[in-house]
Design a protein around this ligand. Sequence first.
Ligand SMILES: [Fe+2]
Length: 290
Amino acid sequence: MIESVLWDDWHVVAELAELQRRGVWHTRLLGVALIVQWDPESGLIRARRAAEDPRSGSARAVEALEVRYGFVWVSLGRPTRPIVEFAECHEPDRLLATAGSVGVAVSGLRAVENFLDLSHLAFVHEGYLGEQPHTEIAPYAVETLADGTLRATGCRVYQPKPSPVESSGFDVDYIYAVLRPYIVVLFKANPVEQSRKDMIALFVQPVTEESCVAHILTCYLPHEIHPPTVRRFQQFIFGQDRPILENQTPKRLPLGARAEASVRADLSSASYRRWLDAAGVRFGAIAASA
Ligand SMILES: [Fe+2]
């Protein structure tokens, strides 16, 4: 039995453009093998379980399916809440672009935690999202909002190349929000309009407990930004994270407080693990009591 907080929620299973190119997409969500099909005549998208139901002998259709933000979303259960909403995506001058889907042989919870981790930027993304000796992480705050969102504010980090188009470095303000166990979004000060923020969302598809696909959505302000450049930049950055992620052991994320020592730089990581534990998330995790 997979916990309702995941089973009855929405997850991305394919990038729409990629599905349309191929027509058929084989994937897996929460361990369940799925076949997603796009019919070019009607434009309809259908998803069904790849394995037949042993009682009825039929492959069960996935009823809950929607297209949003350039991705195909499904729920294997009965969705109790809507797909995540972003006010920024409705602003008319925004450039909404998918930036690819990357398979990673590690728990998706590890991918979310890594995305939240400020301390790795100067090392893993040196020359882009961080630089030595600017490795010190200034104090920031983490809180759980009334709607359940886990939010980190006041994050500030020196970045030599903070965006696909920026060539000069500056101190970048960050806000992180974990909206669902496998969904995290980053708001980052725009270099031109410093009062507004670019948005990068990571929709992590839990494939199995120890593998995932990270689907990236970017919602930039339009200053000199072009989707192919954004895509290349994000894939390059994620390509730097991937080997680090795949070398983490264990592959599932331990939720116990003492499982891995926490320091101030890892405040968001420790908070995320506690938040997951409190929400009853087990898929992709090693329970605190284990
Ligand atoms: Fe990273």
